[in-house]
Design a protein around this ligand. Sequence first.
Ligand SMILES: NC(=O)c1ccc[n+]([C@@H]2O[C@H](COP(=O)([O-])OP(=O)(O)OC[C@H]3O[C@@H](n4cnc5c(N)ncnc54)[C@H](O)[C@@H]3O)[C@@H](O)[C@H]2O)c1
Length: 310
Amino acid sequence: MPNLAGKVAIVTGAGRGIGRAHALALAAAGAKVVVNDLGAGLAGEGHDDAPAQQVVAEIGAAGGEAVANGENVADFDGAERLVRQAIEGFGRLDILVCNAGILRDRMLVNMTEDEWDAVIAVHLKGHFAPTRHAAAYWRERSKAGDEIRGRVIMTSSPSGVFGNVGQANYGAAKAGIAGLTLIAAQELGRYGVTVNCLAPNARTRMTEETFDMGVPEAGFDPLDPSNMSPLVVALSADEAQGITGQVFHVWGGAVNALRGWSAGELFASDERWDADALLAELLARFPDGVAPTGMIAGMQAAGGQSLRAQ
Ligand SMILES: NC(=O)c1ccc[n+]([C@@H]2O[C@H](COP(=O)([O-])OP(=O)(O)OC[C@H]3O[C@@H](n4cnc5c(N)ncnc54)[C@H](O)[C@@H]3O)[C@@H](O)[C@H]2O)c1
């Protein structure tokens, strides 16, 4: 395992599920960890300090060092306090894993304004805010002459990169996070910070209610949340300094560096298209029509499987 001794990490939403696994793995690799979790319900309701504190206790029992933080990542000032807690408590910040999230699934035609706003806030703003404050810290350290090996690891979703029915709010936020990864990677490279993103798959309370996923009686469990964390540890290693701006789909042991929006079918004309001619060309190139294949097909093409029992 890469040696992260001396490094300090923040993991948001680390009281449960995938974030908990990341926090345990980073601590096992030697990093000191700020375990952030609001302790919210699945839809983002309520506040409970216990999940973050339990993970801190687990890390301590395994010989690691961690501290709890109960800030809401979608609160700009709260995110700044989170980043400051790492810097003031542990003396520095090296790794930021943005992972906290909620769900309020609904078909687009029935989605309420509040369902839209809450999900966009926790995911999209909840990734922007801690990244923004961590980036300001790294820029300051870089300008002061420090050699920075900063890491931001964000969390998108198959829903965001392939598109999933019933998740217009969540998928739009997760697609936004993939876009944020691309831009932050380009902006922060000059300060020595890499920015990458996971599109994970795991059995957590977030997926258990929707999908029928049993635990295998024996052998490798592809949906164990811990399967998501070796990539986080690997990307945090100093040697991974050249890997940035990537969105990785992870299913069990299959890690796929996705190719996102990239040049596709070109309709080229030397001058402005005439709409009739362009329509004729569209119909000629797509004689059977063209439409997204959806999340399950995308996951399978990336080396995963459907989350539904086969
Ligand atoms: N489980 C999957 O298969 C899957 C698939 C794709 C993406 N994801 C993403 O992975 C991440 C982790 O999800 P999970 O499956 O472990 O879910 P989870 O519900 O088990 O964990 C999410 C944690 O985030 C915390 N949280 C929620 N809102 C918060 C806020 N505003 N501030 C701080 N903490 C907050 C919750 O209290 C919870 O402990 C999420 O971003 C999720 O969208 C998960």
